[in-house]
Ligand binder design. Structure first.
Ligand code: UFG
Length: 322
């Protein structure tokens, strides 16, 4: 297929673009490089620099596209609370422009990066796709609005859409000479932050809160390897059906606490990694664990790489990048 990958210069978009190429698809990346890196676009994909609003119509009207994989987004929870309008504009507004361009060019398949943040504070875990969606920040709310929009476009315009709700994505793609991993200018994610301390960049890991109702008091999350996540995108692409919008969670079904993640990082790196308890980070739910039964049942996906593999690959990537 010929596929447009929006946000393909970012962490997850770049890895998925590489896996699409490896599977024989033709890939065009559209990215404004506001947070992405041109060198994260894998060789073999062409890069168009621009926003969805300014460029998606021109790119898609170039013709021949079968599908869009849509990663381009603002994704910092704290920033979204400070500046909600930015999130509604960049996430929902630009997606509407993309959907309009898709309609004009008669491109009918879309796979969208949604998030566990659409659920908010869960009533019970593991979280199923039928759980209530009550996002607790504008980031999650804007992603949920896009899920809803895709459902409407499927019903009203015959779009075939899949929303993949990621839980905590980690690890890197290491494939021969290719190494693609997380390198955000503002890094909020736990695993790269812990590994930075292992590399000597800072004194101690800050663990946000140890008084949660969890076995060791720190927050529990469900981590999924970016390469497993990419495999789910390829399955979803094949599964897009005109007039149907499906939502799938992507996680492993098991949870690890912040303390456990730090311990795995110590074991993988062989370094002591000092850690101290800090105040809770506002808006963090105590436990987020996905049920991924639906995508297993319907598309046959299941994760193959465990937390140690995620930390090992992220460590290889980050150590080499220095
Ligand atoms: N944490 C620390 N110290 C750090 C960084 C994180 O203790 O330096 C803790 C957080 O408080 C949280 C856990 O580690 O308890 C995981 O935090 P991340 O920032 O790595 O991930 P989140 O679970 O907050 O965020 C992920 C996605 C978001 C999405 C969210 C849904 O990265 O995009 O899940 O809740 F919005």
């Amino acid at each position: 297929m010929k596929v447009l990958v929006t946000g393909g210069a970012g962490y997850i978009g770049g890895v998925v673009a590489a896996r699409l190429l490896a599977a024989g698809h033709e890939v065009v990346v559209l990215d404004d490089l506001s947070t992405g890196h041109a060198d994260a676009v894998p060789a073999g994909a062409s890069l168009v620099r621009g926003t969805l609003r300014d460029a998606s119509c021109d790119v898609l009207s170039g013709g021949g596209f079968d599908a869009v994989l849509h990663f381009a987004a603002k994704s910092l929870v704290g920033e979204s609370v400070a500046n909600p309008a930015l999130y509604w504009d960049k996430n929902l507004g630009e997606t509407l422009a993309l959907l309009d361009a898709m309609r004009r060019a008669d491109v009918r398949r879309i796979v969208f990066s949604s998030t566990a943040a659409t659920y908010g504070e869960p009533e019970s875990t593991p979280i199923e796709e039928t759980a209530p969606t009550r996002p607790t920040n504008p980031y999650g709310a804007s992603k949920l609005a896009i899920d809803t929009t895709l459902a409407e476009y499927a019903r009203l315009h015959g779009l075939g859409g899949v929303s993949l709700r990621y839980f905590n994505v980690a690890g890197a793609l290491l494939d021969g000479g290719l190494a693609l991993g997380e390198r955000h200018t503002v890094e909020t994610h736990l695993i790269p932050n812990v590994l930075k301390i292992a590399l000597g960049d800072g004194d101690a890991v800050r663990m946000f809160g140890d008084d949660y109702p969890t076995p060791d008091g720190t927050c529990v999350r469900d981590y999924v390897h970016v390469v497993d996540l990419a495999a789910a995108h390829l399955l979803a692409l094949d599964a897009c059906e005109p007039g149907v919008h499906e939502v799938f969670n992507l996680g492993s079904g098991s949870g690890y606490s912040v303390r456990e993640v730090v311990d795995v990082c110590r074991a993988v790196t062989g370094r002591p990694i000092p850690a101290e308890v800090d105040a809770r980070r506002p808006g963090d739910p105590a436990v987020l664990i996905a049920s991924s039964d639906k995508i297993h049942r319907m598309l046959g996906w299941k994760p193959e790489r465990d937390l140690t593999a995620m930390v090992r690959d992220a460590w290889t990537f980050l150590s080499a990048a220095r």
